[in-house]
Ligand binder design. Sequence first.
Ligand SMILES: Cc1cc2nc3c(=O)[nH]c(=O)nc-3n(C[C@H](O)[C@H](O)[C@H](O)COP(=O)(O)OP(=O)(O)OC[C@H]3O[C@@H](n4cnc5c(N)ncnc54)[C@H](O)[C@@H]3O)c2cc1C
Length: 439
Amino acid sequence: MERETEVVIVGTGAAGLFCALQLPESTKITIITKAEAEGSDSFLAQGGICMLRSEEDYEPYFEDTMKAGHYKNNPESVEMMIRSSQEIIDLLIGYGVEFEHQDGKLAFTREGGHSKPRILFHEDITGKEITGKLLEQVKKRSNITIYEHTEMVDVLCENNICYGIIALDSRGGVTALQAGHTVLACGGIGGLYRHSTNFSHLTGDAIAIALRHHITLKDVNFVQIHPTTLYSEKPGRRFLISESVRGEGAVLYNAKMERFVDELLPRDVVTHAILEQMEVDDVPYVWLSMEGIAKKDILGHFPNIYKRCLEEGYDVTKECIPVVPGQHYFMGGIQSDLEGRTSMKRLYAVGETSCNGVHGANRLASNSLLESLVFARRAAMDMAQAEPQKLAEENTMFHQETYTDLKKLRQENRTLVLQEIERMKKEYEQQHNHDLKCG
Ligand SMILES: Cc1cc2nc3c(=O)[nH]c(=O)nc-3n(C[C@H](O)[C@H](O)[C@H](O)COP(=O)(O)OP(=O)(O)OC[C@H]3O[C@@H](n4cnc5c(N)ncnc54)[C@H](O)[C@@H]3O)c2cc1C
């Protein structure tokens, strides 16, 4: 692996790839990923990506996002995301992304928490369509190099200035990669949980590194649990049954085959109702029925869910499937401003790893791909406008011996992140109880 670059981006999800594409073609960019380039949660997104359809929908869209986030959102970030959405969709279409159409116009679907249909989709593999096309574009750019199976183990920094990263390369060597700017686009934390829809290699490494270097974090107590993942006793990633299935008419049943919740309420409310129902019924799942959706619509809109459930032994056109809540999304992360800047100079954070307050306490469905893209672009524009950054004159920041026992370091990182989440949860609850008493 090279030793110097202008911009290093950690992560090949939608945020990392889009950031690279938005930087000038004259900038030398290095992207690394822990897994293969396609191994990111962005490829897994099923439901879709939100877009502001018209000015009349601005207020309802804003309100839906704030309401889902329990009004803990940063209104400026929400406004920026919604206002940028049409431009982002135009850019995606320019990169060859295909969205579903109806009568020659873009088709929109709806998910839990949305008062109107405003979600663009591509079958039930929207994430693969978007991120696959972004990856294709990145591969065409001669200024961008991707290193797969290369893991960031630390950032290179001194006096709160970031000078690049320290990486474990695919041959097992630990190297310092100096960069003018560093972008953390490392995704979520699902790999830290037993039940999660995320890839298991997404273990919140950037969050642990931030904690070690006192880089400011925000809202790390806000972890989203998705109400409906396909129940299985097998180990590994849980298969997500997208919210848009409920948006199109699927319903939830308890053990007596009775409905027990409005399926289109925000995720945390539906999750809570399911967990309560599981306790009442004393079973580890509830039932999801798609009987209200025409077979042709199931096959047309949800072919991937149909196929995957068949593999697990369920024909969703004929029978209910067992579902259970699972860890799904991390609303908190490394605090970033509207330009993706963190509290450390020359260090940016974008996508799920970052937290600019868009999602508040709970993400509204299909806002995360959009949020990743909007702020990745803004970070790229900010870097492009900055003066060229000098690399460190002498590399005194890299001490090889610190990285001899990486297994131990990874274990310590996991503990560090989980402990911080628990600490912040307790702090938040105490504050909440105090506010209730006083208020
Ligand atoms: C099953 C599922 C369905 C979803 N459906 C939707 C949806 O319909 N709509 C929507 O808007 N959102 C959806 N989401 C959420 C959305 O996909 C993610 O929030 C978003 O794609 C995050 O993008 P990202 O680029 O920040 O991270 P990711 O796409 O997760 O990419 C993270 C990257 O960082 C790399 N990385 C991590 N740590 C390191 C390290 N230490 N060193 C090197 N590389 C590292 C990983 O290898 C990976 O390349 C869904 C998520 C899941 C799991």
